[in-house]
Design a protein around this ligand. Sequence first.
Ligand code: GLA
Length: 386
Amino acid sequence: MIEEFRKVYGSVEGLRVFRAPGRVNLIGEHTDYNLGFVCPAALQLATYVGTAPADDGKLNIYSEQYRMGGEWPVSEVAHLQPMHVWIDYPLGVAHELIQAGFGIEPANLYIRSTVPEGSGLSSSAALEVSSALAFLNGRAMEPLELARLCQRAEREFVGMPCGIMDQYISVFGREHSAVEIDCRSLGHRDVPLPAGITFVAVNTMVKHALAGSAYKERVRECAEAVEGLRLQLPGVASLRDVTVEQFESVANVLPPIVAKRARHVVTEDDRVERFVAASAAGDLELMGRLLVESHRSLQHDYEVSCEELDFLVEAALGIAGVYGARMTGGGFGGCTVTLLQPEALDDFRREITAAYQRQFGKTPAVYECTPSAGAGEVTSPQTLIF
Ligand code: GLA
């Protein structure tokens, strides 16, 4: 990466490299913007941003993946408008930093990522958080403020009304551990994974065009559910506040589609709590069953799955050594996550690949998930793991 940086910018004087990971969400899908619970793990797949001071008064950004970038006098950065391409993520972060009182210094940035884009493994948050650290270039910011600032960049500049999960786990990821996040208090606790299991993500290699618009529609439907439920259950400020029993006693006041959406969120929050307890108890069978229940709920009630994701889940459940599987991330393509015995991994990889190829004529990428540390500076070349 250092050599590539030199090729693009001519010099590596003052170069520092920052890393921010992607994530796999084990359980707790579409609960974050309802202020509920999620249980993701940061991945070894990450975005790396190299930065060095520029002497041309500009902010220069280059992406290795896209083989292109842009350059702007730093005084113009605050006035840029979104361009509806990848560069909106770093530019949105630069905007938010300026608003928060952090100036943007003239700099050369080089971006390399191993998080597959559009895969539901949160390449956007990895790009936002690594860019933020590169812009800060050693200036201190509270980790929670960093996560929130990157979320604001995505909501306000990119225009995607996302929750806090992806940016949060990219900042607060832990080695060897998933993390349960309370999306209201913004506190978290580690969820060490019991011995005898591993997780893999399997990539459908598709991202259906519907993903962005359907996400916004679900956010709206959940807000509508809260309005309706509040009439019956005063004090309800988000779906997080409703228990499964309360919900079922009043669900009939909601329009049927809205009730289905809310049922997913309310039951999913409950599943996260049960999953964390099952993990602590080492109950691998129950952890697996909860993943499958989560998938069914996303498939039938929340309706954010798709043919390719459903196929990968069904196929995984037919392979020896698998405890459970579900779609992960926003949906409409991207990845599934499968919980399985480590010794079953090689056969799983072979069988799921063959089954998917037969069905869709595409080769799915299979990533073994190693829970990894959250974002930070890369201080030795050994930690640059590609
Ligand atoms: C996307 C969003 C997250 C979250 C998930 C669904 O990844 O960025 O905030 O809502 O979808 O759980």
